[in-house]
Design a protein around this ligand. Structure first.
Ligand code: ZN
Length: 210
């Protein structure tokens, strides 16, 4: 009910900041999020988005979906400074993605190009796995002011859009990941942080790119 969710968000925003991030095992991460349809008034929605951005920065992460803070609404925030070495940025087509909120998003793959790279999730702390995703996607949503968005993104920004939009459908990246690539963050950083996952494929026994 609209009143219930608004009350829950008010309580959440009155609590500690950055907001606590819920982790895998919480059913909210496995339940499709209801569309945002005015359940929050404009001020509460704006306050929620500010708090989500702050929480994403603190984590730190490059995206945060509302279910990850326990709020069952179809919205997410994205922002990536792409602060990685140039060789990594080039290989992964990782370019800065300015801050934005996406509301009721959907995406479709454009073309058949796929990209396989290590990916992680704030709700699955401590691990990374290679996940194959479309190199280019078409994003359709509205922004936090209700303006319609229909645009194409490629490379790492496309991956972020897909990852966060999947959250709103109750999907975690592990559902799409090559599980043999699973690496603790320590092993990932010490062994497999090359620009592409070819060495990890040889070492762990999987075919990068499926
Ligand atoms: Zn995630």
């Amino acid at each position: 009910m609209a009143g219930d969710i608004a009350h829950r968000v008010e309580q959440l925003l009155a609590g500690p900041h950055p907001l606590p991030i819920v982790t895998a095992g919480d059913p909210v991460l496995r339940t499709p999020a209801p569309r945002y349809d005015g359940q929050l008034d404009d001020v509460l929605l704006a306050d929620l988005i500010v708090a989500m951005r702050e929480t994403m920065h603190a984590a730190p992460g490059v995206g945060l979906a509302a279910p990850q803070i326990g709020v069952p609404l179809a919205l997410a925030v994205l922002e990536d400074a792409a602060a990685v070495p140039p060789a990594v940025a080039d290989a992964r087509d990782r370019r800065p993605l300015p801050f934005r909120a996406i509301v009721n998003p959907s995406y479709d793959a454009i073309g058949t190009d796929r990209a396989a790279f290590y990916e992680g999730c704030l709700s699955v702390p401590g691990y990374q796995a290679v996940t194959v995703r479309a190199h280019r996607v078409r994003l359709r949503c509205v922004d936090e002011h209700g303006a319609a968005v229909d645009e194409e993104l490629s490379g790492w920004p496309a991956r972020i859009v897909a990852h966060e939009t999947d959250h709103l459908a109750g999907v975690l990246y592990l559902d799409r990941a090559e599980l043999r690539s699973l690496a603790s963050t320590g092993e990932y950083l010490s062994r497999w942080s090359q620009p592409d996952p070819d060495a990890a494929g040889l070492g762990l026994g999987f075919a990068p790119g499926g």
